[in-house]
Write a protein that binds this ligand. Structure first.
Ligand code: DGL
Length: 264
């Protein structure tokens, strides 16, 4: 059983970890599109094309049984086109609005995500469908994904930087306040302790990684299970600087693979 888990950078490792625990016999290949990181500010059409090019390059190379888009920014714009263009099953990652709506007691919850995910019609549609009765604060974090990458690279991330990024997600209004915060970017669980420490008051933090892993397990046919291996790729030479951080998650080696740009 051969699964690709893909993100713009290292955030998808939080999903890969959950998939690895749910399916210990699966062969996982982690792909970080370091040449294009961060996805948060990309224009939508260009990003959808980039994601299709990454998928095309790696599907040809590895013929996966399942392709996990472990990135909210990519999933909310490209899942539909990926499913149209390729036959492999895709599992996406989109902001956990439905679980948050079920969890909130105050009726006020927030979604922390990249500016791209916050702008998406897809995200608004999730809110309109599952959280129309809630007071939802969507907050686009300019630099939180980058801070997560820096942390994995061994740099110090200050509590003030985290507090600055997350503060707008904590809202007090009409005697109520935010009691649930959704991590709508797969990079953010890498900073879970820092986010909890910087929170102005305690909240339930929703990390969708386990739910995504359960979905992958549903999609994978039982008979494909076999010997497990963990390998990784980045899409730029500079991305190889992250090899050590990736390998700390259990990957045996990291290679650099150029993405072949395709157009529809
Ligand atoms: N990890 C990505 C996500 O889940 C985005 C990070 C970025 O490239 O901006 O949205």
């Amino acid at each position: 059983m051969n699964i690709i888990i893909f993100d713009s950078g290292l955030g998808g490792l939080t999903v890969a970890q959950a998939v690895g625990s749910a399916l210990p016999e699966a062969t996982l290949h982690y792909v970080a599109d370091t040449a294009a990181f961060p996805y948060g500010d990309w224009e939508e059409t260009a990003l959808a094309e980039r994601v299709c090019s990454v998928a095309d390059t790696y599907i040809k190379r590895l013929q996966p049984d399942c392709f996990v888009v472990a990135c909210n920014t990519a999933s909310t714009i490209a899942l539909e086109v990926l499913r149209e263009r390729f036959t492999v099953p895709f599992v996406g990652t989109v902001p956990a609005v439905k679980p948050a709506a079920a969890l909130t007691r105050s009726g006020m919850f927030s979604v922390l995500a990249t500016p791209g995910t916050v702008r998406r019609d897809y995200t608004q549609a999730l809110i309109d469908t599952y959280a129309f009765h809630c007071d939802v604060e969507l907050h686009g974090c300019e630099g939180l994904a980058d801070l997560a990458e820096r942390k994995l690279h061994g740099e110090t991330v200050s509590p003030a930087q985290i507090a600055h990024e997350i503060k707008p997600a904590f809202v007090e209004r009409d005697g109520k306040r935010t009691d649930v915060v959704v991590l709508g970017c797969t990079h953010y669980p890498l900073l879970l302790n820092e986010i909890e420490a910087a929170a102005p008051w305690p909240v339930a933090v929703v990390n969708p990684a386990d739910a995504i892993a359960r979905r992958v397990a549903q999609v994978m046919p039982e008979q494909l299970r076999g010997a497990s291996e963990r390998t990784a790729s980045v899409t730029s030479q500079t991305g190889l600087a992250f090899s050590k951080a990736i390998e700390a998650f259990g990957y045996s080696h990291t290679e650099c693979v150029d993405v072949v740009e395709t157009t529809a």
